[in-house]
Write a protein that binds this ligand. Structure first.
Ligand code: NDP
Length: 272
């Protein structure tokens, strides 16, 4: 029987994770299957336990269940505990291990795939939701000169400052708070692009940016990346690389094998 894995979410049918993990499994000769699992909004835990009782080995967790997955885990990795959000569950005997691979996925995409080191850089992280929260610690671990967190609701950025300021040099405010500063790397972790909206950032902020990055991915142009390019960003990137890299880290946690990500990123880019 094949070892069984899935991505659990609501909605989940749009997820690229089955495609990515199936490609990883073929590439590394792992005897496993990976499907999408829809959980009712009020039935996350029951769906997980049912999957586990049927012999499931692990799950990726997506919107809106990352916090519930954090609460369900019986053991957490340090990065998941600090992020207070879980995107990877591994079932072993009686234990449910919870990890968060989003941040390392972003870091690997920027440093390895885009070849832009984060150490010493001034980084602007836009957004203070689950995605932003999951990437703050891994970004700080690369020792940037500054990690500025800007959010439409500045109180949420301030709360993240409080949570993470002992791990590195962070500041927090709304988008205009940073209007007169320059940044090397600007990351959009808001969900504005999902609605074709553009966070209210001053155009001048992109003048010295080596990279503008949007965690979102889709076929049509992303307004934030278009705007960044028009106003001086040297390089732009969407979130496909992050998606594949976070998946590769989950795959490693489950199978103890590291798949090659570049061919899978290329395959996905040709599809979306
Ligand atoms: P959340 O709902 O948790 O957070 C949404 C954030 O976006 C909040 O900070 C919110 O601000 C802000 N926001 C929403 N609309 C606007 C707007 N019009 N202008 C400015 N700010 C806005 O979402 P997530 O953090 O879970 O996801 C954010 C994005 O990251 C999504 O596009 C998601 O697809 C992507 N993502 C990509 C991953 C990948 O692997 N590539 C992994 C995880 C996420 P406020 O607090 O003021 O409401």
């Amino acid at each position: 029987m094949l070892d069984s894995y899935a991505v659990i979410g609501n909605p989940v049918s749009h997820s690229k994770s089955p495609l990515i993990h199936t490609a990883f499994a073929q590439q590394t000769n792992q005897a496993m299957q990976y499907v999408a699992l829809l959980a009712p909004l009020d039935g996350f835990e029951a769906t997980v336990q049912d999957f586990r009782q049927r012999g499931g080995k692990g799950l990726n967790v997506t919107v809106p269940f990352k916090l519930e997955a954090y609460q369900l885990a019986t053991r957490l990795t340090e990065r998941a505990g600090i992020a207070q959000a879980v995107n990877t569950l591994k079932f072993e005997n009686d234990e449910i291990l919870g990890d968060n691979t989003d941040g390392i996925g972003l870091v690997r995409d920027i440093e390895c795939n885009l070849a832009i080191p984060l150490a010493g850089k001034r980084i602007l992280l836009m957004g203070a939701g689950g995605a932003a929260q999951g990437v703050i610690l891994p970004l700080l671990q690369q020792q940037p000169a500054l990690l500025a967190i800007a959010n439409r609701t500045p109180e949420k950025a301030a709360a993240l400052w409080k949570q993470f300021n002992t791990y590195g040099n962070i500041s927090a405010g709304d988008f205009l708070y940073f209007a007169d500063e320059h940044f090397d790397i600007i990351i959009n972790a808001t969900s504005a692009s999902l609605h074709n909206a553009l966070p209210e950032l001053p155009a001048s902020i992109f003048a010295q940016a080596a990279l503008a990055y949007d965690m979102m991915y889709r076929q049509e142009p992303i307004p934030f990346l278009k705007f960044a390019r028009q106003h001086g960003a040297q390089q732009i990137a969407d979130g496909i690389g992050m998606l594949v890299e976070q998946a590769a880290e989950s795959f490693f946690i489950w199978r103890n094998v590291r798949p090659q990500t570049k061919p899978v990123i290329a395959k996905l880019k040709s599809l979306v």
